[in-house]
Write a protein that binds this ligand. Structure first.
Ligand code: DUC
Ligand code: ZN
Ligand code: ZN
Length: 466
């Protein structure tokens, strides 16, 4: 018994073509015109619809804690499914005193296995760079964790990493094909500006952006690139947001260095001015790096279209607005106390379709490459993100004719707001399959808790391949 999807337009990272797709068990078994129907098959007519690979969101926070506030976890991963994303990659901060693999496996067992509603993998975040921890990096690759992130920002917080740790991680990681990623912002610059702004009484959410202007990101991006050059290792820059940081990446790339990066949906459509919304509503938009202006958004759209950036993620953080307000508003409080991050898991592909494809900024194939195929390749997920025989039956039947409005009311993210509230939506994932099982029908989640599985990554991902 399989699933035969007929008459749709298949979109791959390279092209679009009319075809049927047949899934048997957990995998894609055939792609072609007029595929035969077998007894017991479910047949779906996808005429007028696109058939996309399930999305891979390589930048999600289901365990992040900021100033004691913790985000929602895998119990809200059905939001990914209805948004057309069937694989998530979560950043797990190493617990102090514990090993990298030990932390990942504890978290996996307690917070993901049996809970996740889509498939999942993990990036390690090194927070405690002792010698024995550095030595453990190559072993992560063998255990199915071929990526690691370090935070250059967040001075004084336990997850901040200095250049010493980044250089050692790059040197050690390349021995075993572990891709090193960085959150590139200069922590000292932010710290000085933040203290000065607060001393001047500039405490409102808007000053979050003033405390971390583009030069802060550009400096750290350039420094990370030089550290990678010294280590002769590839590097991946997460959430690139501004023209200046992009220039650093483009220049390094044209020198032949293996430097890659992603941006996130909110940096393409939201603005610094959102932080200035009255009645403390700006707290909803406190994320790091900060939201930018039109000039930077234009540069980012061009960069994703021209492959200077190779993925678009959500950087999803399920914090409640009520809590963000409580943390940052009132006597002695400031923007620096507001938990950093915004929800966006459910809307990533819808934002990119509505404001990218429908506005002529991205082709459907480019969207598939950025949201599905490349994130799988970067992270060594060999059966994800592609419509090819033998790949997992992760399929999205996308209805381009749907019209709606994005709102927290329609979200499964489990929080009390959406930064995209009121945004027009053109198109939506109508039906979604996870390894051959239907988990979304007519835009509604119909799967089960615990249906998602851990997908081990293979080392030497796309950043090693040029
Ligand atoms: N930035 C955010 O906005 N949230 C999570 C962590 C980060 O670096
Ligand atoms: Zn970050
Ligand atoms: Zn992040």
């Amino acid at each position: 018994m399989g699933v035969l999807i007929k008459n749709g337009t298949v979109v791959t990272a390279e092209s679009e073509f009319q075809s049927d797709v047949y899934m048997e068990g957990e995998t894609i078994a055939a792609i072609g015109k007029n595929l035969p129907q077998k007894d017991g098959d479910e047949v779906i007519d996808a005429a007028g619809k696109y058939i996309l690979p399930g999305g891979v969101d390589q930048h999600v926070h289901f365990s992040f804690t900021y100033n004691g506030s913790k985000v929602r976890g895998f119990e809200t991963s059905d939001a990914a499914a209805v948004g057309g994303t069937t694989t998530l990659i979560e950043f797990v901060n190493q617990e102090k005193g514990k090993g990298l693999i030990e932390t990942l496996e504890n978290y996996k067992a307690s917070d993901a296995d049996g809970i996740a509603m889509v498939d999942y993998a993990f990036h390690s975040v090194m927070t405690d760079p002792r010698e024995e921890v550095i030595e453990e990096i190559p072993k992560m690759a063998e255990a199915g964790y071929p990526t690691m992130k370090l935070f250059m920002a967040y001075k004084g917080m336990f997850f901040h990493a200095d250049d010493d740790a980044i250089l050692k991680a790059l040197q050690k990681g390349k021995e075993a094909g572990v891709t090193i990623m960085v959150h590139a912002e200069n922590a000292d610059m932010i710290d000085v500006l933040t203290k000065q702004l607060i001393a001047e009484g500039k405490t409102a959410p808007y000053y979050h952006a003033v405390s971390r202007p583009p030069v802060v990101e550009a400096e750290a991006t350039r420094r990370a690139i030089y550290l990678a050059e010294l280590a002769d290792a590839p590097i991946y820059i997460v959430h690139v947001t501004c023209r200046e940081a992009l220039e650093e990446i483009k220049q390094a790339y044209s020198r032949g260095q293996a430097v890659y990066g992603e941006t996130c949906a909110h940096y393409l459509v939201l603005d610094t001015e959102d932080l200035a919304k009255p009645d403390f509503e700006g707290a909803k938009y406190v994320c790091s790096p900060a939201l930018r202006t039109e000039e930077h958004r234009k540069a980012l759209w061009e960069a994703v279209d021209r492959k200077w950036l190779n993925a678009i993620s959500s950087d999803h953080c399920g914090f409640d607005y009520e809590n963000q307000k409580h943390m940052g508003f009132g006597e002695g409080k400031s923007f620096a106390d507001i938990p950093n991050g915004a929800p966006g898991l459910q809307n990533r592909i819808n934002i990119l379709w509505t404001y990218g494809v429908c506005q002529g900024k991205l082709s459907p194939s480019r969207l598939v490459d950025l949201c599905c195929t490349m994130p799988a390749k970067i992270n060594g997920l060999q059966t994800k993100g592609r419509i090819e025989t033998g790949c997992d039956g992760d399929i999205v039947i996308f209805d381009p004719d749907y019209r709606g409005t994005m709102s927290v009311k329609n979200n499964l993210e489990g929080v009390d707001y959406s930064p995209f509230e009121g945004f027009e939506q053109k198109g939506r994932p109508d039906t979604v399959f996870l390894r051959g099982q239907k988990i979304v029908e007519s835009g509604k989640y119909i799967g089960q808790k615990g249906q998602g599985k851990f997908v081990p990554g293979k080392p030497f991902g796309a950043a090693y391949k040029g």
